[in-house]
Design a protein. Sequence first.
Length: 308
Amino acid sequence: MRVAGIGRAGASVEVMETGEPRPLADDEVLLEVAAAGVGNWDEFVRVGGWDVGAVPPMALGVEAAGTVAAVGGAVTDWTPGDAVLTHPLPLRDQGTWAPMLIAPAALLARKPPSVSWEAAAAFPVPALTAEQVLSDALRIRAGEHVLVHGAGGVTGGLLVALAALRGGQVTATAGPSSRARVSALGARHVIDYHDQDWPEQVRAVTDGHGAAAAASAAPGGAAAAIRAVADGGRLATITSDPPAEQRGITVYNVYVRPDGRQLRDLATRFGGGQLEIPVAASYRLPDAARALARVTGGGAGGAIVLVP
Ligand SMILES: NC(=O)c1ccc[n+]([C@@H]2O[C@H](COP(=O)([O-])OP(=O)(O)OC[C@H]3O[C@@H](n4cnc5c(N)ncnc54)[C@H](OP(=O)(O)O)[C@@H]3O)[C@@H](O)[C@H]2O)c1
């Protein structure tokens, strides 16, 4: 099987030959991959900064959408031909940048028919991250003022949509080109993060107190975001930059966690049109290095996917 991956930690991404997928364990499925997501988190895997359960030589990739080709002996929920998406960590064999993928059946969600393969492939990591920030860490309640810093990105946009669906009064930061999209996702106020005083602008639109809860999806942005949080509030960052706690604010440093039940709930909302993934570009597997460079370069303008 020809995959896109690394021969050793830190090596450049290349197309490489691996063996054919091994026989399935009882709780596994074999997927024919239709598309796989590419995120800057894959760069952390490439350099050895995120243990995803496999060691090089290996295919990279931690999310995919595809068709069930075979099921293990104890799998009753899925049958060959089902269209699914997954964040299948820890990896059972290879990563998702491959034509075939072995995944635990418990971590699959049905792909909504209305959603493209590309959008479905780029959905699991950002959607699970956003849900876990809002539900598990911040525990957003209806009516609360919620700040999403870095709302112009893929994960940032899902944070806005999911916070609004929970009844939060969302204020977001975004650049001028993302403003209209972020408003349409449910933000009542959109503030340009290029303004140095944007945290003070957030305070001005939240009765002067600041947001009760804030999610920061802007790299290096949590130190500014905490200035916009009310005394005794909550701040979650997804960019590994938690500031020291201050003014009674609780700080959460969130990393995505595989969760089949959450993914199935999120996929239902995705299919219902409540959530969206803007796909900026898709690349073929031999161009995986270019795809990865595009996401690590920042400002891809949406999700990047690989098609085998
Ligand atoms: N911890 C985890 O498990 C986890 C999971 C998923 C993602 N992440 C991380 O979260 C970050 C965001 O992910 P994403 O999917 O939203 O990325 P993305 O789609 O690449 O987001 C890029 C957008 O972020 C906005 N941005 C850039 N710099 C900013 C700044 N200084 N202040 C405010 N906004 C800024 C820009 O939007 P404008 O168009 O508005 O300028 C840019 O277009 C990435 O660093 C990613 O690695 C972490």
